[in-house]
Design a binder for this molecule. Sequence first.
Ligand SMILES: C=C(NCc1c(COP(=O)(O)O)cnc(C)c1O)C(=O)O
Length: 365
Amino acid sequence: MSTPNSPSHWSGVLNSALDAVGNTPLVRLDRIAKNEGLKCNLLGKAEFFSVGGSVKDRIAKRMVEHAEKTGVLIPGQSVVIEPTSGNTGIGLALACAIKGYKCIITLPAKMSLEKEVLLKALGAEVVRTPTEAAHDAPESLIGVAETLRDKIPGGVILDQYSNPQNPLAHYFSTYGEIAYALETSDLPRKDIALLVAGAGTGGTISGLARAIRDAEKEKADGHKAFILAADPEGSILGGGDVGQYQVEGIGYDFFPDVLDRAPELIDAWIKSNDKEAFAATKRLIKEEGLCVGGSSGTALASTLKWLRSEAGRKIAEDPEANVVVMLPDGVRNYMSKPWFLESEEESSELHNTIRSIIGRDLNDA
Ligand SMILES: C=C(NCc1c(COP(=O)(O)O)cnc(C)c1O)C(=O)O
């Protein structure tokens, strides 16, 4: 059973950047809650505070350290190869840079330039693959990674899609931090009423769901958290047909092995489209000062949809209900993306005042 983690005391000297994985803040989203007329405590787990910038640092560190312990990774010989939408790759490349492994990442074309540039800065080789390729096609991110593993001496795929260390990272580290934060808070209740997480490999939501259910069994007070998975339109994980979408990191055209679909874990799936996701992302930035990425918007959009529904009303109107939303990465992964650069908003009154004072457009320096 996972236990509440004590906080990581970063005031001390860390042995390496790997000691700065996870230990992210759980932040009240009071402005959005107020603007939505919610009475519940809306809380965001801001994973971009982790050293590599995302929730996936946790599984990268755990998969590498487990592979070393079990002899799968051999220092000086092994080459880490991983298919990824970028963040797991960044976590792995960071671990490989520190531990001295070569690293090769296969990355679908739709993923941001920022992720590619950072991967290369961390020393990884990056192979782009066609976004629309089916997961089991030889030219897909998985197919190309497998071909490279078979042909490169020492090639190892740690395989986030089936590696049990993926959900276990969340069972032990992510859940423990959330439980500790709630336990030591001044919130009236210390348990989770609603947990929301987007699903890519499904490791985050599966690991958290299993830890929550085990904690509920142990406490045996009858309380049961509602666990909601957020899924983009175009992904089959939450039902529906395969389609293209811009949000990165979540949704697939297959069911990864680590996505635990045991009936007692995930209570519902809510789908959101790109427009809803990116609008919610910009709200988290502008209303809460949390510089999060697009899949955080999918998670928030799905959360608000559910809280507005009949099924979510009881929690939405309960001032003692804690709603925890996983915010997986940061907007610095996406600064050049059109969805982030575009602004549909009219210039503000202040903008126009400034313009009239200086007598030119603000950018015309
Ligand atoms: C699968 C990968 N990312 C998962 C991810 C997720 C989903 O996390 P999972 O634990 O894989 O379900 C959500 N948001 C972002 C921005 C992500 O990068 C990857 O980086 O290869």
